[in-house]
Design a protein around this ligand. Sequence first.
Ligand SMILES: Cc1cc2nc3c(=O)[nH]c(=O)nc-3n(C[C@H](O)[C@H](O)[C@H](O)COP(=O)(O)OP(=O)(O)OC[C@H]3O[C@@H](n4cnc5c(N)ncnc54)[C@H](O)[C@@H]3O)c2cc1C
Length: 395
Amino acid sequence: MQDLEQFRLDVRQWLEDNCPESQRQPITPEEQYFGGRNATFPSEDARIWFERFRDKGWVCPEWPTEYGGGGLSPQQGKVIKEEMKAIRARTPLYGIGIWMLGPALLEFGNEAQKQQHIRDIIDGKVRWAQGYSEPGSGSDLASLQCKAEDMGDHFLVNGSKIWTTAADKCDWIFCLVRTDPDAKKQEGISFLLIDMDDPGITTTPIELISGESEFCQTFFDNVRVPKENLVGELNAGWSVAKALLVHERKLMSEIGSDSPREVVVPNQAARQYLEFEDGKIADAELRSRLVDYDMEMHAVGLTHFRTFEEKVAGVRSAAPLVMKYVGTEAEKQKSELLLAIMGSQGLGWEGEGFNRAEIDTLRLWAMSYAMTIAGGTSEVQLNVIAKNVLELPQG
Ligand SMILES: Cc1cc2nc3c(=O)[nH]c(=O)nc-3n(C[C@H](O)[C@H](O)[C@H](O)COP(=O)(O)OP(=O)(O)OC[C@H]3O[C@@H](n4cnc5c(N)ncnc54)[C@H](O)[C@@H]3O)c2cc1C
């Protein structure tokens, strides 16, 4: 405990000495740095901050040192996060490689794969895309059809993936592919790492209602993938896929507490936008919603804390499974409440008359719905909880 307190003081001092002033404030989505072969830093300070952070070993503080990680304990990793949050230090590097692929590769990858990919993820040299969903396979992911035929010295991949976030900006993609069409659906799937520069891969952005285009459909037309890019055993990719999803869902369960944007808190917004009578919010319905929300968030915070303590103690728990559903639904509830509090000021997608926080609130509201879909929809999460946690009879 003493050591952890000393560690906290050291972290605080290091951040004070090394985090540029400009990197201690919320960022716009455009300023988030995802790395990659063709990436440029949004500013010189962002570059300096990333390089210092990387050299300190804190991009992935808990990953093993032999691959470029910090070799720290989960408690130390948590302290770094807390101290960064306290001074509003920006996360210097984001990415699916850090959140999802890295942890899965550390568990299932062979030595050569770890050597080839882990350090590049930490150094921000390679940006990864996730190739899971297909036009006919989302919630029922195991029905996927994108196929990889064994051609002796390589796999030949044909098919397409959809909703591949930022695939047009990514360098590599990890994909679930069908390698045995005759096996039971989960048993005929393999997990492949594919270089997006390989001939036969094309990406088509999917335009969203916002006019922005975050997603792509990614097509594979006779793409030759070296055999050494298979992670885990042939036809055993479903286990890798599920383990990776656990990391994705953990990330999403914490989405509200780790937003890079200027986040408006309902209580704060209430003081700014609502009328008060005798020291209380005049609108009784909104007052009651705020209290509900506060209690809910307190419970979510305590459960996150419990989940962390259970992880450190090596206790198996159902909480991580439940928290993707709870965390993303709470975020949706918060956004709904904020818009109700802001009234007509919460209706600005862009343009005059709305400040940045108001515009971001509306955009985060739209995003909060997307988060209840990505990584497994809320309905499907409830099915999983019913089956695996509550062990309810299946209909
Ligand atoms: C922001 C965002 C980012 C994403 N990024 C990626 C990415 O990078 N890579 C990737 O591969 N995919 C990505 N996805 C896709 C995501 O994984 C799928 O959208 C999700 O798994 C749902 O699949 P679907 O869209 O095909 O919906 P469907 O499976 O068609 O579901 C439609 C509706 O039916 C409901 N439903 C389906 N089955 C059941 C059931 N058994 N019981 C009850 N209700 C059911 C669902 O809850 C949903 O409401 C992303 C999605 C979003 C929103």
